[in-house]
Design a protein around this ligand. Structure first.
Ligand SMILES: [Fe+2]
Ligand SMILES: [Fe+2]
Length: 432
């Protein structure tokens, strides 16, 4: 069955109440329902599909009402997500506007170094991909070890993290850009690694030494190991968990920390701290210890922001990931509640208000794909213009650096859904 961009194919027997079925792959003659599409509101709806021999259907996640386990686990309410979506670009807001993400541009909090990295994002992408793939194999291995009750081979993990650290020392942007361009299957494996790649990129922006980056990276790669000690039917349950299942799910943080502490003495306290405390929130609403701001380590805060950002922006079976800018807005909306203000600002500065791979519309109506963040001016990235003001493909795609005087007055006004516009953003990152 043809699956349009932004939709997902779901097996009929795995359908849940609240999912919006857009297409069942049948003409009206043999269709089980009077309407072509339908929000699943009863078991009977699913039964009708089964009785008609329909084994899979196309679901539109954006019209579905199924809560996702991860958002709950991350402590993000639907309200926070909705509020974040309302945050407007600074240029379009009234003077007495609430805090908006673009204001980070004007904040005086320490800025990441804007000096040029030794390598460009384009040159670094193939090497970043290699380091990522190597680390992905290692991650698969250690997850199997954990599941089988075996000891993790820590030195192998350390070595793969070193490869990622080497990459961010050559170019801060490549590793983070890579994550949002390529969709590797299995969230289980890639999530731990994505959080690691993001954390070391952020750490590099903050000018951390290599040793500190190792601690941060090791804590991040192991942050969810406790999940593999939680029963499979809870870990993989689509949709909402019961209170009891949620309580068990939340034990993954202390369970993981205890497991590592017992089995891998070579791991340091700083690494274990991240594993135990990556769900703590500054207002005390987190778990397992309900720590308040001053008691949460900086590395746990960085890992937690990367965790939320990756969880929100990743595609999952029942949940289409947000575009990077939207996910960043949600993290930013938790500023001062879940994460300290200064840290949230730094996070946005590091990832870039418009991360590479984001499709954006400008005030002249043209649409471009962000290629590289300009750390000295986050709202003015370098991009490739792909659609003209009437939405037509450009015959010759232009490379535009919004910081150049020639483009003065040209501003980003809107984030676009690249897939819906038929733009394949990976095309603009050949090495990835
Ligand atoms: Fe977690
Ligand atoms: Fe996580």
């Amino acid at each position: 069955m043809k699956v349009p961009p932004g939709r997902i194919l779901v097996k009929t027997k795995e359908l849940k109440l609240g999912m919006f079925v857009e297409d069942v792959g049948r003409s009206w003659l043999t269709h089980p329902w009077p309407t072509k599409s339908k929000l699943i509101t009863s078991r009977q709806d699913i039964q009708q599909l089964i009785e008609h021999g329909i084994q899979e259907v196309v679901v539109d996640p954006s019209r579905s009402q199924v809560p996702t386990t991860s958002d709950e686990e991350l402590g993000i309410s639907e309200k926070a997500t909705r509020e974040a979506r309302k945050l407007k670009p600074a240029q379009m807001s009234p003077p007495e506007r609430p805090v908006v993400i673009e204001q980070v541009e004007r904040r005086r909090t320490p800025r990441p170094e804007s000096k040029v990295d030794p390598a460009s994002v384009e040159d670094e992408l193939p090497k970043a991909r290699q380091a990522y793939k190597k680390a992905l194999d290692v991650t698969r291995e250690f997850i199997q070890d954990i599941r089988a009750g075996r000891k993790i081979q820590v030195s192998k993990v350390q070595e793969s993290i070193q490869g990622m650290i080497d990459s961010v020392f050559r170019s801060r942007g490549a590793m983070a850009a890579l994550l949002k361009l390529k969709t590797y299957d299995e969230y289980t494996f890639t999530h731990s690694l994505n959080v690691t790649a993001l954390a070391v990129s952020v750490g590099r922006h903050l000018r951390l030494e290599r040793e500190a980056l190792q601690t941060l990276g090791m804590g991040a790669i192991f942050h969810d190991v406790g999940k593999f000690l939680v029963p499979d039917h809870i870990l993989n349950k689509p949709g909402k968990l019961t209170d009891e299942e949620f309580r068990i799910m939340k034990t993954h943080a202390p369970l993981g920390a205890e497991h590592l502490l017992e089995n891998n003495k070579e791991l340091t306290d700083g690494m274990i701290d991240i594993v135990r405390h990556h769900h703590e929130r500054m207002d005390g609403s987190g778990y397992p210890d309900g720590l308040k701001a001053e008691n949460i380590s900086d590395f746990s805060v960085i890992s937690a922001m990367c965790d939320v950002y990756d969880a929100l922006s990743s595609d999952r079976v029942y949940h289409k990931g947000m575009v990077p800018h939207e996910a960043l807005k949600v993290v930013f909306s938790l500023r001062g509640r879940h994460f300290p203000e200064a840290w949230t600002d730094r996070f946005v500065q590091c990832i870039g208000i418009y991360p590479p791979g984001t499709a954006v519309k400008m005030n002249n109506g043209e649409v471009g794909v962000v290629i590289q963040v300009n750390y000295a001016s986050l709202i003015k990235p370098r991009l490739i213009v792909v659609l003209d003001s009437k939405g037509r493909r450009m015959a010759i795609e232009r490379n535009v650096d919004l910081t150049e005087p020639a483009h003065h007055g040209l501003d980003i006004v809107k984030i676009m859904d690249a897939k819906a516009l038929g733009i394949d953003t990976t095309r603009y990152f050949p090495g990835a």
